[in-house]
Design a protein around this ligand. Sequence first.
Ligand code: DP6
Length: 352
Amino acid sequence: MPSLFSNISQPAIHVDPDEQIELRARAAGEHRATALAHPNIAFIKYWGNTDHLQRLPANPSLSMNLADLYTVTTVAFEAALTEDLLIINGTSVTGPGLARVTTSLDLIRTEASLNLAARVESESNFPVGSGIASSAAAFAALSVAGAAAAGLALSEAALSRLARRGSGSACRSVPAGYCQWLTGDDQTSVAASLAGADHWDLRDLVVIVSQEHKSVGSTGGHQIADTSSLQPARVAGAESRLAACRQALLARDLAAMGPVIEEDTIIMHAVMMSGHPPLYYWHPATMALIQATQQWRQEGLPVYFTIDAGPNVHLICEAQHAPAVEAAARRIPGVQNVLTSRAGGPARLIEF
Ligand code: DP6
């Protein structure tokens, strides 16, 4: 498909991300499938776990899938392999990255009573380190492709659970559009769609101020969230922020939703900055964009910010304001690039 952005590279596997293939009958002994999943941006953030191994979140969260960004993953269980292989954007990955994928494959193999190693090949059309949680799209695609390759016909909830075990936020990339992920136990803590992608034409403008690799990623961050004395207050208020965000989302009311998502982001970063060790993800340009967003609103441009575990800023606005927001963002010193995405569909099989 033609890229909307000259700066977003195309995966080697060319797909139309709006199409889901017709499932064909499987040949005996065939253990191969390809899936596509989008990353998502959280409006109400997941930060901290009640169980790190199972990735049971301390609080519920809410997000939007990003249509214009995607990861395509092929899983092939092969009798000729003695161990799992992982190839990301053409490069073989070993060590902790492979171990994390093997953990997800083990869940699939146990469920399917399958005793074969797998070759996993994954390509994304967005840059690593762009402030977009690549693990969400990666583990959503891995779960959908892996389950199908192993011959499992899993429900959306079961696929969301499987994705959650690989990366918490990945569970929200399984259902379509705008998704909510509830707290609960291993069976019940899954994501479900609140509204499809066509419910509301919001745009996420990812404003890149740094592409450096973070010294502490999300997994490490979740593990130290409880060391901040502010985390109990953040968790206690998450339910009511989520309810306010959900109500505004369903009413397509950005003036009501925007202040809630900004507050939720700032509370999460206050937890990060006040933990042990403290996590300071912001750069000077991050703060400049926060202040500029307030200025733009005063000037009549309806746009709100949200920031994940990194320095890059996601600007959320309605489609008709995206060109003006992009132009304004590009004028801020330190801004390297702006990637724009519409709301996206669910994780889905594209080859089977
Ligand atoms: C700040 O899902 O990336 O983006 O489960 O360890 O993979 P792991 O963490 P991850 O955490 C996402 C944190 C966040 C907020 C969010 O997306 O809700």
